[in-house]
Write a protein of this length. Structure first.
Length: 434
């Protein structure tokens, strides 16, 4: 049975609703494991999603030795290991540290950095953000105050193409031609122009300003600050930048409304070495898939639960792409899995009301115009940004909403959970044009 609902009648939280600290930061990490229904969970922060073959191999060994053997990609280009024994923490940390994945234990949960995954590969960005990424992580791990940031606070490094600028990070550096960069604070259209070489240092100055602004309110993220504190933050950052010897000038730049992932397939523009972009169905990689990726070249995990493989000899690219397709990965834009995402759902999460990954798989059909994300409860863990179809399991059925800019704008509910009706309703919503 299908029942229509207006946006104003939705009883749920909006996906973009802010929250403040009511208790300690419980975000899992590599050293602080989270207890889930399928065992302990570790979240390994990987700034920019960049992994060497050695690091990727170490993560695969860790998943096989301590967990369920699978690697789960997150919406921040990080990796989660699931099904861990609760007493494996010391051995796991040693393995990760030996691979260079824990450069600073006090900072391991605050190394949340996404970066344009095709930067320096296809020639489309204004700058190559890789030097920024290296410098930001170095400064972040050397800053004692940064350990007070929550595990949810997010930095983004956009090479100018607008992909990760659309992800709603707390602090976003945006590349510009001519030696300057823009620093976006929160999701505001007002940004600060800074010298490009000073960009990473400016981002840390802004993070310290946020920490002072959040001291009284307990805000986790910039969007959680009260309106007056948010409005005052840019001027405070300009003042602090001046004290640090960095020029910061206000400017205006609208945030892109849509974060576009790399198109699956061979990355255009590469010359001496080839690069491939692949998607990962539901962000879950089994042993064989991860081994194939880890052995193919360098990896850049993306915030869209995919990967870019770099450093491939051009004559190997087409054959490797075929291998990846044969392993079940998304290697072309026409895949029915393109744009389909889901939280972990049952049986891994006690809060979930449904096995949404199985439901998402059962509902897969022709590729839709809009991405779709299936959530087992109202928390919508890992949901995308921009415009998407939101499918949420509720006690009374599945609610299907069309989200624009993190707001539910229209909705319907499949009350009896009939899989055929559910799949048809989701397909219709994904293909709708406005």
């Amino acid at each position: 049975m299908l029942a229509a609902m207006s946006a104003s009648s939705l009883p749920s939280r909006s996906p973009g609703d802010a929250c403040a600290r009511s208790s300690g930061d419980a975000c899992p990490g590599a050293l602080r494991l989270h207890r889930a229904d399928d065992g302990a969970l570790a979240r390994i922060r990987i700034p920019g999603g960049v992994l060497t073959p050695h690091q990727a191999e170490a993560l695969g060994r860790a998943a096989e030795r301590f967990g369920d053997g699978e690697l789960h990609l997150t919406s921040r280009g990080n990796v989660q290991l699931r099904g861990l024994a609760p007493d494996c923490g010391v051995e796991l940390a040693g393995m990760l540290s030996g691979a260079g994945l824990l450069p600073s234990e006090p900072h391991e949960r605050v190394r949340n950095v996404v970066a344009s995954p095709l930067s320096g590969l296809d020639g489309l960005g204004a700058v190559d953000v890789r030097p920024w990424l290296t410098e930001l992580d170095r400064i972040l791990c050397g800053n004692d105050r940064a350990t007070a940031l929550s595990g949810r606070f997010l930095f983004a490094l956009d090479d100018g193409r607008g992909d990760v600028d659309a992800l709603g990070a707390d602090l976003t550096l945006i590349g510009r031609a001519g030696g300057s960069a823009l620093l976006r604070i929160g999701e505001r259209d007002a940004v600060l122009r800074v010298p490009a070489p000073d960009g990473p240092r400016a981002a840390i100055v802004a993070a310290e300003a946020f920490l002072d602004a959040a001291r009284e309110t307990g805000a986790w993220r910039v969007k959680d600050l009260p309106h007056d504190a948010t409005a005052a933050l840019p001027a405070d950052v300009v003042r602090r930048l001046g004290q640090a010897g960095i020029t910061g000038a206000p400017e205006s730049r609208p945030r892109p409304s849509e974060a576009r992932p790399p198109v699956p397939g061979r990355v255009p523009g590469s010359r001496s070495e080839a690069a491939l972009s692949v998607g990962v169905p539901l962000g879950r990689l089994d042993r064989a898939q991860w081994r194939l990726l880890a052995g193919a070249g360098g990896l850049r995990l993306t915030p869209w639960r995919g990967a870019v493989v770099t450093g491939i000899a051009p004559h190997r690219a087409d054959g490797l792409l075929s291998e990846l397709a044969g392993a079940g990965l998304i290697t072309g834009p026409g895949s029915p899995w393109a744009g389909v995402g889901a939280c972990i759902g049952q049986p891994g999460c006690a809060k979930s009301l449904a096995d949404v990954r199985a439901e998402a798989g059962a509902a897969v059909g022709p590729a839709g115009r809009l991405p779709v994300y299936w959530s087992g409860c109202e928390r919508r863990c890992g949901h995308p940004h921009g415009e998407w179809i939101d499918v949420v399991a509720t006690p009374g059925g599945h609610r299907i909403s069309h989200v624009r800019g993190d707001r539910n704008t229209e909705a319907a509910t499949v009350l009896d959970n009939d899989p055929v009706v559910l799949a048809a309703t989701v397909a219709a919503a994904r293909g709708a044009r406005t």
